[in-house]
Design a binder for this molecule. Structure first.
Ligand SMILES: O=C(O)c1ccccc1N[C@@H]1O[C@H](COP(=O)(O)O)[C@@H](O)[C@H]1O
Length: 226
């Protein structure tokens, strides 16, 4: 019997939710929405080639249709900077992609995702349990020199069969591998950045369309969509 605090990965939604991260322009935001993205990620991490500033974010958010979730991504940013950005940009959800504690993540009173970077020997299930207030945990690849946006997959066999929070899968996904990832892990959502770009920070419309079509095909083959 499964402990009450554990949930299945797909939870209540029978289609895999799709987040496209690293949006840097209103045109790319609209193209991602037209392709069928559920959520768009705005990277507030300066060293990233996808990093954006407040005014750029405001212009992007102004272009996004209703019902599409805006996710602000931070990597070990200070609370003061995060507060200032949340005051100026209409963000629905925060993605913490560094080593933030649960207390840190929860102080903003917003829905949040906590990224955990996967490497052998790590107890992902235990790490996940440290974030009971997270909407989901996002499993991403670990690399020594990059906190995320690595464009590389991790060994999906390292993902625990059961997690205390819904799973969002990330790390090197693209239209060729996302179907296999969904069949292997049945995540609640998938998150992609580099796999749908023509250059760092510039989204590619055909790649986004193919990615979303591959997700929907996997949902159907899974028997998940009734
Ligand atoms: O997108 C970035 O540049 C980035 C920078 C720092 C932390 C996270 C970042 N993106 C997130 O990384 C994963 C995987 O991205 P990819 O598909 O492998 O390129 C994803 O969760 C992005 O939201």
């Amino acid at each position: 019997m499964i402990a009450a605090s554990f949930v299945s990965r797909k939870v209540t939604v029978s289609r895999t939710l799709i987040k496209i991260c690293g949006i840097t322009s209103a045109d790319d935001a609209l193209a991602a929405c037209n392709a069928g993205a559920d959520a768009l990620g705005l990277v507030f991490y300066e060293p990233s080639p996808r990093g954006i500033r407040v005014q750029q974010a405001r212009d992007i958010v102004a272009a996004i249709p209703p019902f599409v979730t805006v996710v602000a991504l931070f990597v070990d940013e200070s609370a003061a900077v995060i507060d200032r950005i949340l005051e100026q940009v209409a963000v629905d959800c925060i993605q913490f992609h560094g080593s933030e504690s649960a207390a840190f993540c929860e102080q903003f009173g917003r829905p949040y995702l906590k990224a955990l970077r996967v490497r052998p020997g790590q107890d992902i299930a235990a790490a996940c349990q440290r974030y009971p207030g997270a909407r989901a945990v996002l499993l991403d690849s670990w690399q020594p020199d990059l906190p995320g946006g690595t464009g590389t997959t991790f060994d999906w066999g390292l993902a625990p069969a059961r997690l205390a929070r819904p799973l969002v899968l990330a790390g090197g996904l693209n239209d060729s591998n996302v179907g296999a990832a969904i069949r292997a892990l049945a995540p609640a959502g998938v998150d992609v950045s580099g796999g749908v770009e023509r250059a760092p920070g510039q989204k590619d419309i055909p790649k986004m369309s193919r990615f979303i079509a591959a997700v929907r095909a996997a949902d159907l083959s899974d028997g998940a969509v009734q």
